[in-house]
Design a protein around this ligand. Structure first.
Ligand SMILES: Cc1cc2nc3c(=O)[nH]c(=O)nc-3n(C[C@H](O)[C@H](O)[C@H](O)COP(=O)(O)OP(=O)(O)OC[C@H]3O[C@@H](n4cnc5c(N)ncnc54)[C@H](O)[C@@H]3O)c2cc1C
Length: 505
């Protein structure tokens, strides 16, 4: 059998060819920019160091659509949060990405925290956030039973979105509309060349007339290769616990504490996910390794303890998993708190644009950041030509089979028996969905990539049932060799070796 094709088999476009725009980093921000650009007549290459898009902060966050109460009114965070929230809901409708405007409660466990709620309310009102109200214990219980607090700020316009589905859907739509994605390709330097800029990578050089640096936690030091005055970024890890869907049935909206003064995050919150689970977290701890994603047992205890101040009866035995994400902070550990987003055109090379310190609410703000970069920087500098609508392909995210009405399920099973073959019991994933995930337009073949696209292995058994079934299908029907099974990329093989020799009776 031939070896499975890998992203590194795709040659780097060299030989003097120059893209109109080279984007570095395919998180939610880079993918949003790629989506907007794919609606124009221009050539775009996206350089991404991982084997798939959205594998860093963009899939490792709370998935909360922020309303705009936490940011100083004259800041870019406030502006892009307010504009981004509106655009995000429209984009989710266009892309069929799951979201819910379920609202949020910010709770004061004691009278001491009530002034903090008032401050948030006035900031929110200055930013134009609608419907903010400080409510008492009875109204809290009506909205969310089980919460212990003397008062809460109700933020009805807050919501939740599937962060990884959002990023993948935007990138996949950009790819079908002609954007070139170079995965497993790490940018190391940006430098001027005749007619534009060269981005040196570990696989060769990609050149562009414009370069957009959207490399998340690495955006600062990558910027410094051409723009020595660009600021440093400080990694700050946020760990989460995932609770079983049983818990999701009793949580209607996100519940946050009043934000800790000077803290690096918004405090440990309890939030539902669009898939029905519940998240507890995140912690906030500055770290030296910007790639760390490990979770510690002692942090888990601390997250449970803090969440149970707000929800004393929280069923702590229903924790089914954990994950961690890295904040790209502009404020050092000694300063703490939050810095503003920085969108910086290099003074000596103004067609190299750096997006630095895009921490929370970067997920909410991503569509507005993309709109700003494309229209107010690129287009304002040299007009881009829009493609006619008939040329733009829409690629909606697939509705999960499990979420379809019974009659529709029956119709699909009659059409294709692969819909009737449930390969993941916890999440109700069908063989059809597995194969659809495998045929993604980015050519991603990692097990994590398949997981994010169809949710197989995301349930409470963590792959105990579905992983062997997936392996069987991919080996027997698609000719995968053991070495082809990798989790996140080539450095994480799924199989270490064979324990027993195959028997040929
Ligand atoms: C714990 C936590 C909770 C959060 N909660 C929320 C929330 O609820 N709501 C909200 O709105 N926001 C939230 N955020 C913020 C949000 O997740 C981020 O602002 C957003 O994901 C940033 O997107 P990005 O594309 O800039 O960065 P990233 O997602 O980090 O993407 C950067 C990409 O660049 C790639 N890359 C890096 N270096 C290179 C290189 N040298 N060459 C090629 N590729 C490279 C990376 O692999 C990555 O794919 C949270 C963040 C964290 C960490």
């Amino acid at each position: 059998m031939p070896r499975l094709e890998r992203p590194t088999d795709q040659p780097i476009p060299g030989g003097g060819s120059m893209f109109d725009i080279v984007l570095i980093g395919a998180g939610v921000v880079g993918s949003a920019i790629a989506r907007v650009l794919s609606q124009y007549r221009c050539t775009v290459a996206v350089i991404e160091k991982e084997s798939d898009v959205g594998m860093a902060a963009s899939s490792r966050n709370s998935g909360v659509i922020h309303a705009g109460i936490n940011y100083a009114p004259d800041s870019l965070r406030a502006r892009f949060c307010m504009q981004g929230r509106k655009l995000l809901l429209t984009w989710c409708d266009e892309l069929n990405v799951p979201y819910k405007v379920c609202g949020k409660l910010i709770v004061a466990p004691s009278e001491e925290e009530v002034p903090g709620l008032r401050r948030l309310r006035s900031t929110g009102e200055a930013n134009g956030v609608p419907g903010l109200a400080i409510i008492g214990p009875n109204e809290i219980t009506e909205l969310q039973p089980g919460i212990k607090a003397v008062a809460a700020l109700h933020v009805p316009s807050s919501g939740i979105v599937s962060p990884y589905a959002m990023t993948l859907a935007m990138a996949e739509e950009a790819a079908v509309n002609g954007v070139t994605f170079l995965l497993e390709c790490e940018a190391t330097q940006i430098r001027p060349v005749d007619g534009g800029y060269a981005v040196d990578t570990d696989r060769g050089t990609v050149s562009g007339r414009w370069v957009i640096n959207s490399a998340g936690i690495h955006a600062g030091h990558l910027a410094q290769t051409i723009d020595p005055e660009a600021p440093d970024l400080y990694p700050c890890v946020g760990e989460y616990l995932i609770l079983d869907k049983q818990v999701g049935e009793s949580l209607a909206m996100s519940v946050y504490p009043a934000p800790p003064v000077g803290g690096a995050g918004l405090g440990v919150h309890i939030t539902p996910t669009t898939e029905g689970n519940v998240l507890l977290g995140p912690s906030d701890e500055y770290v030296s390794d910007p790639e760390t994603t490990s979770c510690a047992g002692k942090t888990a205890d601390q997250l449970l303890e803090e969440a149970m101040i707000m929800w004393p009866a929280l069923p702590r035995h229903l924790v089914i998993g954990a994950y961690a994400g890295i904040r790209a902070k502009r404020t050092s550990p000694s300063v703490g708190g939050f810095g503003d987003f920085l969108i910086r055109q290099t003074p000596s090379a103004d067609r190299v644009v750096h997006l630095i310190g895009i921490e929370s609410p970067g997920l909410t703000a991503a569509p507005a950041i993309a709109d700003y970069v494309v229209h107010e920087i690129l287009h304002a500098n040299e007009p881009l030509v829009q493609k006619p609508l008939s040329e733009v392909v829409h690629r909606p995210w697939s509705t999960r089979f499990d979420d379809l009405p019974e009659e529709e399920k029956e119709r699909l099973v009659a059409k294709d028996p692969n819909y009737g073959d449930i390969i993941c019991r916890c999440e109700g994933v069908t063989k059809h969905e597995l194969l659809h995930a495998l045929n993604n337009p980015l050519g991603v073949k990692t097990l994590t990539g398949i997981k994010y696209r169809c949710r197989a292995t995301m349930g409470r058994c963590s792959g105990g049932y579905c992983l062997p079934r997936m392996v069987e299908i991919l080996q027997e029907e698609h000719g995968w060799e053991p070495d082809d099974f990798v989790l996140r990329g080539p450095s994480s093989p799924a199989f270490a070796g064979r324990l027993i020799e195959e028997r040929h009776d």
